[in-house]
Design a protein around this ligand. Structure first.
Ligand code: SF4
Ligand code: SF4
Length: 317
């Protein structure tokens, strides 16, 4: 089989496994990303995500992650769930309504690898999704899947409600052309809509101000001023306002369908949630990452602000 035939075969398998897109790029050092990454770290925009500052060379060069690595197969999987939650006052990012994508994507990437090994013999590989050592949006752009929007997310003409996964393999394949054109144009909706001004300049997010970071990655207590704007896990605002997401379709991936228990969860119930109830509703969802304590801390912080707003209103009456 030629390299070109292998690449076409991989893309067909990827479609069969439920990935909405697949592109392939050559393994090399992403030297043009070095300055951007170093500046971001020097500004401490990584907050307390110290792991982001470790192994910078590894992050820039996937060849250091897989011995003999030649190619990066990048896949996208849509997650936009159909339906609405019963929550009104509190918000949970849409990517977290179903089963944790780490399980779903890694399982399917392993199946993709098994097909390759079955057909072509020994193939060494490592699968990644949302893993610290890989610049996944950059490689997705290099694999021709989309452009990096001003909100710093990978965008396609169908929007940005998808997960990215990579299989780094030690075989040569035919490569896609990088996506060159940026279709953000003069739009600044994400920058304007971000309630905490976390997008400090196009494509640069200061994690310390980002609600997604604060509600998930940040451990510890919040200061009185920290505003989460109703979000208790993640934040979708800079995606919701993006005009390209008007074209997003609900996912067909069953695992990302919202759980019935989550769909019926009310504000009142969430405010008094017990640990066993948390385990039942959020087991194997991304919300496990922040844990019961983290989720309830986020709920309390929102309550604190709504009561402060109420006090202010009363003072103004
Ligand atoms: S996720 Fe929310 S807080 Fe973070 S940059 Fe986007 S809009 Fe701002
Ligand atoms: S909202 Fe506008 S500027 Fe921001 S990512 Fe979408 S298209 Fe680009």
């Amino acid at each position: 089989m030629t390299k070109s035939e292998k690449s076409s075969q991989i893309k067909q398998w990827a479609r069969e496994l439920g990935f909405s897109a697949c592109g392939i790029t050559r393994v090399r050092e992403a030297s043009e990303q070095r300055d951007h990454l170093i500046r971001w770290l020097e500004n401490n925009y990584n907050g307390r995500m110290e792991y982001m500052a470790r192994n910078v060379d590894k992050r820039l060069n996937p060849a250091q992650l897989v011995p003999g690595a030649r190619s990066i197969i990048v896949v996208l999987m849509d997650y936009l769930p159909a339906g609405r939650l019963s929550l009104r006052q509190y918000k949970i990012s849409r990517y977290a309504w179903g089963t944790d994508y780490h399980y779903v994507i890694k399982k399917r990437l392993r199946q993709l690898l098994e097909r390759m090994q079955h057909q072509w013999g020994q193939v060494q590989a490592r699968a990644f999704t949302d893993s610290a050592p890989v610049l996944e949006r950059y490689w997705a752009q290099q694999a021709g899947l989309g452009w990096i929007g001003k909100n710093s997310l990978l965008l396609t003409k169908q929007g940005s409600y998808f997960f990215i996964g990579e299989l780094i393999v030690d075989i040569e394949l035919e490569y896609d052309q990088p996506w060159e054109k940026n279709f953000c144009g003069t739009c600044t909706r994400c920058l304007d809509a971000c309630p905490t001004h976390a997008i400090v300049q196009p494509r640069v997010v200061d994690a310390r101000k980002c609600i997604s970071y604060l509600t998930i990655e940040y451990r510890g207590d919040f200061s009185a001023e920290t505003q989460l704007h109703g979000w208790v896990f993640g934040c979708d605002i800079c995606q919701q306002v993006c005009p390209w997401n008007r074209h997003a379709r609900p996912t067909a991936v069953e695992e990302f369908a919202p759980r019935p228990d989550l769909l019926s969860l009310t504000d009142k119930k969430l405010e008094s949630l017990t640990k066993p109830e948390f385990n039942k509703i959020f087991r194997h969802t991304p919300v496990e990452r922040t844990g019961y304590k983290g989720l309830m801390r986020n709920v309390r912080q929102n309550q604190r602000h709504s009561s402060m707003a109420g006090d202010k209103e009363r003072q103004n009456d």
